[in-house]
Design a binder for this molecule. Structure first.
Ligand SMILES: Nc1ncnc2c1ncn2[C@@H]1O[C@H](COP(=O)(O)OP(=O)(O)O)[C@@H](O)[C@H]1O
Ligand SMILES: [Mg+2]
Length: 275
């Protein structure tokens, strides 16, 4: 079942910035989709259009078949949670506990149930021991985990991560990617991960590649990664492992039969087919 449908979406910030050009795609319920594109390709603009933070010039966004309009905005926002890039811009509470509570208070959750819900989601992101800490004193990865808990506590059906790991160090990136992966494995929630990092596409079911406000290709990760010329044209890099294999092959170094680009892609296909 299609949960998100974007049809002929078009948006300009001003006469010089046509940020999203006639974009159409659909996302299956329970799937894990990556939207990848270089900086300025229009990814965040699409995310904002999908939750009504920006108003489209033309086209349609449908969530569960419901068109996004002023009237449906509240209903749609309660279905879609979003975590942004900069963890420092997402804090309101003076402790981690207050911070997770903030969204719940806005959703008029019964105060008696609040503690229980906060605990449940702090556990999900491994932050129970930090519930009384000040958010500003946490590492980047920990801050993003709190932000994720706050959004998850509102029980969205769809989660959008807009470059949520891009400001983190490698350890923070791994922490958040692990949370996202587990979330998907356990809840089968519909996930949309937005990134400019090709290394992040391999975990998803489906990839949408953007360049200059348009979709340039889409498909399974193993298909996308082989389309080297199109990736380069979109100013995207190849995954490190593929680049290394190419370098080795160029120098006539073959490590073993399976360690070739084709071997890697085969392995990736097998990995995906067992998911
Ligand atoms: N608030 C804004 N006002 C004017 N132009 C903007 C604004 N935000 C983004 N843009 C422009 O719109 C284009 C798409 O930006 P964005 O959606 O943020 O791309 P991405 O998220 O892929 O980096 C870029 O050219 C960017 O400079
Ligand atoms: Mg962006």
């Amino acid at each position: 079942m299609k949960q998100i449908e974007v049809r002929n979406l078009d948006f300009s910030y001003d006469e010089n910035t046509h940020a999203v050009k006639n974009v159409s795609f659909s996302i299956e319920k329970g799937s894990y989709t990556t939207i990848i594109g270089h900086n300025g390709s229009g990814k965040s603009t699409i995310a904002k259009l999908m939750i009504g933070l920006l108003e489209k010039n033309s086209g349609e966004v449908l969530i569960d078949g419901m068109p996004l309009t002023l009237e449906s905005l509240q209903a749609i926002r309660s279905k879609v949670g979003i975590v942004f890039q900069n963890p420092d811009n997402q804090f309101i509470g003076s402790t981690v506990r207050d911070d997770i509570a903030f969204g719940l208070e806005n959703h008029c959750v019964d105060p008696d149930k609040m503690d229980e819900i906060i605990m449940e989601f702090a556990k999900k992101v491994n932050m129970v021991e930090f519930l009384d800490s000040e958010p500003t004193k946490l590492s980047g990865g920990q801050k993003q985990r709190v932000a994720i808990a706050g959004v998850l506590a509102m029980a969205p059906e769809i989660m959008i991560f807009d470059e949520s790991t891009s400001m983190l160090d490698p350890q923070g990136k791994n922490e958040i990617n692990e949370v996202i992966r587990e979330l998907h494995a356990k809840t089968k929630m519909t996930l949309v991960s937005i990134t400019h990092d090709i290394e992040e596409v391999t975990k998803s079911d489906y990839v949408i590649v953007m360049n200059n406000g348009q979709i340039v290709m889409s498909g399974k990760p193993e298909e996308i990664m082989l389309r080297e010329k199109e990736l380069m044209k979109s100013n995207l890099d190849l995954p490190f492992s593929l680049k290394m294999m190419k370098e080795l092959e160029k120098n006539k170094i073959r490590l073993s039969k399976s360690v070739t680009i084709e071997g890697l892609v085969d392995e990736l296909c097998q990995l995906n087919s067992t998911k």
